[in-house]
Design a binder for this molecule. Structure first.
Ligand SMILES: Nc1ncnc2c1ncn2[C@@H]1O[C@H](COP(=O)(O)OP(=O)(O)OP(=O)(O)O)[C@@H](O)[C@H]1O
Length: 579
């Protein structure tokens, strides 16, 4: 609940006019609806009484009729304007929420604290944000108008009959309590079940689609299909329970409205009998009793989703906080010094780096020191799982060490502005993202303003010029999702061309030729060496061929870096692949 309130407060702070305007306008037509029914009731009764008294009691029909016209128009036009304003507020709220959440997601992904699989995290975030689109429309607006209007109505009715007014208030309060309860603990459990069922379905379907080739080859396709169907059935069951709860809430409200009319009528009649109320006001009470539960109907429709909203708000709030922190950090870093790379000084310097993925896990890096002089080429080797890629990620600030200091070109990495860091250092590796776009656009990810001539130069350095020239649409050739239309080696070289456009001083290569055959790996390595001539290079590798031309080879083992004397001993060579 606290998270929901924080998010509502955020909405109010960012769009105060739309928020308060929407609330006020939501209040108007609802109040006009009650007034309309109340005056109509009063009008009908008073006219009947005047008629029955054969003119003995006078009744001014014109003022009542004009009130009815006024309230009816207020209700219709007020509702229209209210819808426009509250929906506008909701869209603004969603736009702000989405960008805040996305900022948080990017911050978590880039500092390595995204705890779930990224596909699960992303789809969970999408459904959380969808859930919260009702926060203003389905919770704040109906709850605020139901509370304020009920309060105001009861104060007005108090003048006519305090007892009937108390009866009305008690039944309305009972209705609100039942609805709030139905959005309580059981609902929380149901919301958790619903999320779990949705996650299970997403994971099953995503595994089925992405892993269809392996599943066909190893015969697990049918098993995975059955698991996906089971997840569908579980989701159906949970959704059915949710629908039942919604229906129960609506039944509560409609039963309550009947009870309200009966109880209010009884109390009003009793007040009349006691001489505390005029006959014509009894109908006023009865009609108000009919109208008040209308305020609860929209609450009843959404009561089932309050818990879901509250769970979603908890998760979304933590992402918003991460996003805000990351933005504040970026702002604080924005005035950092520009790194300078001078021959004879260290381009990169790591001191006493300790890193573990979780507080309880064993340290992957346990006091690592590393100094890369400007223009040097260093290769880090080590057994699988030793932490080589982790070291590369830390150097690129994609992971944050628990302790230790890193300097790039004499500037502290933790305080360096993002653009200065990315201009100074780049990472190329086995995982290359090729976007579903043209070759030119894929390259301009690195430098938006690069000219066509510069793109061709980068392609030439990456050994891709002939290939692209051979394609009919040249730089405008469309690449499919995940680099379709390029071989693994070509994709890797396109990534090198992209990195070349940045022309950084420090190049970090993480398993650059992993998964490529010998001939292709050689081509990629040749492009890499040509591009990085005179630059500072840190390579993480398994392959003997990647060690060629290295000034230094270091071995990472048991969390520590050790120097390997060159030429390599047979023992070290034995650990490397020489394909
Ligand atoms: N996001 C993560 N969360 C938890 N543990 C991780 C994560 N990424 C890697 N690890 C673990 O950290 C250890 C080091 O992984 P890393 O990828 O850095 O090793 P590596 O030396 O590059 O291995 P390889 O040579 O096989 O690529 C491994 O035991 C790995 O399972």
């Amino acid at each position: 609940m606290r998270s929901s309130l924080r998010i509502i407060w955020l909405l109010q702070k960012e769009e105060p006019l739309a928020f308060w305007g929407g609330l006020f306008l939501a209040f108007l037509p609802a109040a006009a609806g009650i007034a309309l029914l109340a005056v109509s009731g009063y009008f009908i009764t008073a006219t009947a009484i005047a008629g029955l008294s054969a003119g003995a009691i006078a009744f001014n029909t014109s003022s009542a009729a004009s009130s009815i016209r006024l309230y009816a128009s207020m209700r219709i036009f007020g509702r229209y304007i209210e819808r426009v304003i509250t929906h506008d507020a909701t869209f603004r709220f969603l736009a702000n929420l989405r960008s805040g959440v996305f900022r948080g997601l990017v911050a978590r992904e880039s500092n390595g604290t995204l705890s779930q699989r990224s596909a699960t995290a992303l789809s969970r975030v999408v459904s959380d944000v969808d859930q919260l689109d009702g926060l203003f429309l389905r919770l704040v607006v109906p709850l605020a108008s139901a509370t304020i209007i009920t309060g105001l109505t009861l104060v007005i009715l108090w003048q006519y009959s305090p007892m009937a007014s108390i009866a009305l208030g008690a039944v309305q309060a009972a209705g609100l309590t039942i609805l709030a309860k139905s959005g309580g603990h059981r609902q929380k459990a149901q919301a958790r079940k619903l999320n779990a069922a949705r996650d299970a379905l997403r994971v099953r379907v995503s595994d089925l689609v992405r892993g269809r080739r392996d599943l066909s080859v190893f015969g697990g396709l049918e098993q995975q299909r059955v698991a996906a169907l089971k997840a569908v059935n579980q989701l159906d069951d949970v959704q059915e329970q949710n629908e039942l709860t919604d229906m129960r809430n609506q039944a509560v409200v409609s039963t309550m409205s009947q009870v309200m009319v009966a109880v209010t009528f009884l109390f009003a009649a009793y007040s009349y009998q006691q001489g505390q109320m005029e006959l014509k006001h009894i109908a006023l009470f009865a009609f108000v009793a009919l109208a008040l539960p209308e305020l609860l109907i929209s609450l009843a429709n959404s009561a089932g989703s309050w818990s879901k909203m509250s769970g979603a708000a908890d998760r979304v709030r933590s992402l918003l906080t991460v996003g805000q922190d990351s933005e504040a950090l970026q702002n604080a870093r924005s005035n950092s010094e520009t790194p300078s790379f001078e021959v004879g000084k260290d381009a990169l310097n790591l001191k006493g780096i300790h890193f573990a993925y979780t507080p309880k896990a064993a340290a992957i890096l346990d006091g690592v020191d590393l100094a890369l002089p400007t223009g040097s080429r260093t290769v880090v080797i080590g057994p699988s799982g030793a932490g080589k890629s982790t070291l590369a990620a830390i150097v690129a600030r994609l992971q944050t060490p628990q302790s230790g200091a890193i300097q790039i070109g004499g500037v502290e990495l933790s305080g360096m502005a993002e653009d200065k860091l990315r201009a100074a250092l780049t990472v190329v590796g086995q995982r290359t993202q090729i976007f579903h776009s043209t070759i030119a656009e894929n390259l301009r990810v690195a430098r938006e303003d690069a000219t066509d001539a510069e793109l061709w130069e980068a392609l030439a350095h990456a050994g891709l010029k002939e290939l692209v020239e051979g394609r009919q649409e040249k730089l405008e050739t469309h690449l499919g999702e995940g680099g379709l239309g390029l071989s693994g080696g070509e994709g890797r070289r396109l990534a090198l061309a992209r990195a070349y456009l940045r022309n950084p001083e420090i190049w970090v290569a993480d398993e650059l030729t992993e998964g490529l055959d010998h001939a292709t790996a050689d081509k990629v390595l040749a492009s890499f060496r040509a591009m990085t001539r005179g630059k500072t290079v840190l390579m993480v590798s398994h392959r003997a061929s990647e060690l060629e031309g290295a000034d230094r080879v270091l071995v990472l083992e048991d969390g520590k870096l050790g120097e390997v004397t060159l030429p390599l001993s047979d023992e070290i060579k034995g650990r490397l692949r020489d394909d």
